[in-house]
Write a protein that binds this ligand. Structure first.
Ligand code: NAP
Length: 284
């Protein structure tokens, strides 16, 4: 068996082409308006700066605009909340991205939750998470939503399958598990206190690695024919799962790089386009 490659780069490129068309159509029918993503970068962490830049570039590739807001690392939580609220009330802004992580003295949860749910195109608010978990409309958290889109593109069925998600962070593991539950998978969530991790993983039809440790999940814990999703990315081009031996045993797997990563930014942009379409259609 050779695993089907869940090629996020390919799917992201395909979707960008259709998003460009949607942005053009919107521009034509609204007298020149396009969706706008506001990106907020707090401090000068080089990795965060690179991610924000990549997101701005992705906006430009589909003909959209981004508004880059750079704030000093010393900013206080209240001042950040005020900035976010201004963006909530700015009719020219359709999506707000607060780059994670913010400096430790800032209350990141309060900052995320300040984002209006209508502009929460990165899917980071508690309200958005709750709505999504209840099957109500909300923008999904970008990385797990990107994974769902990738699985859907390749017709990977989840209903009735046993999905094991390793990791329970608010931006990845938890929303991933709820999305898979919504898709009728039977979901197990594993974390740092889980006992017998390998045993849980051995029964997975679908395994999602979101641990943040290079090749932590071993190939021989995973059964033949499983669907393998690796959200990790580490120096040296490896993820959270030991993927090499799985090429010949898995039903499908996400390559690292080029699997989950490109789908994250693509999902953020897609949800901003959706938000822009909604707002502009309703006259805002
Ligand atoms: P995180 O916030 O550090 O969370 C890691 C999770 O792994 C935690 O829930 C933790 O459990 C769990 N964990 C740690 N050690 C474990 C162990 N020994 N056994 C079982 N579980 C363990 O990380 P994250 O932000 O979710 O990111 C996870 C991975 O995805 C990272 O590799 C990151 O680089 C990647 N990522 C990729 C993208 C993308 O766009 N491709 C986006 C975001 C993240 P506890 O909760 O018990 O501590």
């Amino acid at each position: 068996m050779t695993a089907i490659l869940l090629d996020g780069k390919h799917v992201a490129t395909l979707t960008e082409a259709s998003m460009s068309e949607r942005v053009n159509a919107l521009r034509e029918r609204s007298g020149g308006r396009t969706p706008v993503l506001a990106t907020i970068l707090v401090g000068d962490d080089p990795a965060s700066a690179t991610y924000v830049k990549m997101k701005g570039n992705a906006c430009r590739r589909v003909g959209m605009e981004s508004m880059a807001i750079e704030l000093p690392a010393s900013i206080k939580t209240n001042d950040l909340l005020r900035q976010i609220d201004e963006l909530n009330h700015n009719p020219d802004v359709h999506g707000i991205l607060l780059q994670h992580p913010v400096p430790a003295h800032i209350d990141e949860r309060a900052a995320f939750d300040m984002i209006s749910v209508d502009k929460d195109v990165d899917g980071v608010t508690c309200l958005g998470f709750g709505r999504m978990s209840m099957g109500e409309s909300a923008y999904g958290c970008a990385t797990p939503q990107g994974i769902m889109r990738l699985l859907e593109h390749y017709d990977i069925a989840l209903s009735g399958k046993h999905a094991v998600v390793v990791g329970r962070s608010p931006i990845l593991g938890k929303p991933m598990a709820m999305m898979m539950l919504q898709a009728n998978a039977t979901v197990t969530i594993c974390h740092s206190r889980t006992q017998d991790l390998a045993q849980h993983i051995a029964s997975a039809d679908v395994i999602v690695g979101a641990v943040g440790r290079p090749e932590f999940i071993k190939a021989d814990w995973i059964k033949d024919g499983a669907v393998v999703v690796d959200a990790g990315y580490h120096p040296g081009g490896v993820g959270d799962i030991e993927l090499g031996p799985l090429q010949a045993r898995a039903h499908a797997l996400t390559p690292v790089p080029g699997g989950v990563g490109p789908m994250t930014i693509n999902t953020l942009i897609q949800q901003t386009v959706q938000s822009g379409e909604k707002a502009i259609a309703s006259g805002h």
